[in-house]
Design a protein around this ligand. Sequence first.
Ligand SMILES: *Cc1c(COP(=O)(O)O)cnc(C)c1O
Length: 387
Amino acid sequence: MLSRQIADRLRSYETPFYLYDINLLRQTLESVTALSSKYGFKLHYAIKANYDPHILSVIREYGLGADCASGNEVRCAIEAGFSPDGIVYAGVGKKDSEIRYAISQGIFSINCESLQELEVIDRTARELGKVQDIALRINPDIDPKTNSCIDTGQADSKFGISYEEVMANAALIKSYDNIRIRGMHLHIGSQIRELHVFEYLCDKVNAIVDCLSGLGFNFDFVDLGGGLGVNYDIPENEPVPNFASVFTIVNQYLNVSGREVHFEFGRSLVAQCGELITRVLFRKDTATGRKLVVVDASMTELIRPALYGAYHSIENITPREEGKDRYTIVGTACESTDVFNQSLTLPVTSRGDLLSIKSAGAYGMSMASRYNLHDLPGAVYSDEFDR
Ligand SMILES: *Cc1c(COP(=O)(O)O)cnc(C)c1O
């Protein structure tokens, strides 16, 4: 990891801050774009994973479109230079003003998540004198074998329209004049590490596309969403995620001839290029003998451990003492779930040491808050050092 190599230079920065390895980001983008072009797959970056302006500008260089989850994300993507004709916009609760904005910008597709939303898009497009391209976000009822907090494609989930509802209302759905149904969209969850889940997804998509084609739906594209997981346990073993395997599986199992295939990757593009660098404030022991390391970051900079028990590998990048010990790493926020690791073996750690919390490039900064009136963390980019 980058932080270990440049630890001495990092000492002078105000902590906590995100450190981004732009070379690794570029390697990741080179890998995903080279592989996707082999199969003719189209890529969108899910900007909710990280909308840091410098990260966005690098991603844009590689020609990806943007996947957005709110009107402000659509605006952010356009302002960062993403062309509207590569922007897709999903979200279970789009406000009228957001729908109006997206239509007025002429984005590639609104990924529609309910029958009522179709009606609102149609009415709004008519008012604006436009016809909007949309995709139906279908809930495929697939268990993505990931943390249940971040699965999105099971029958009881709030996301998407059920396949049964589309079947039952096919005539109504096709009846709107100011909507063009161009695609079918699915996104079954995040941090998917069991890649055979993508095989099931392809099987389902084949069946759904077949049935809906029989009902007169004519899709130009199928958007399989994102969800590819990264190696949080030992990031050094897999700095660039295994895009090749997903693409090979989809190429082999998906049978939607003549239709474009789109992906919306978030986490897998940016997680490994980011580290959260934090300074040890205090070492103290609890009455029960637990050895606490209090760091100056907290759930306000990186909420994933507190929010859904996510694991991040942590390293002391400036150890000064011999030996090892076992610690609980806690943050500064006034919440007892503000724990980065309950039980972690590190080199003997003391006040002033810098710790790196790794694989923090996705859903880190983008979920940061100002709870306890903490300042938002800064960002340091590796290409600042190269210049
Ligand atoms: C969050 C999200 C993504 C990106 O998911 P990752 O797991 O970060 O790849 C893609 N599509 C939709 C609709 C999403 O909500």
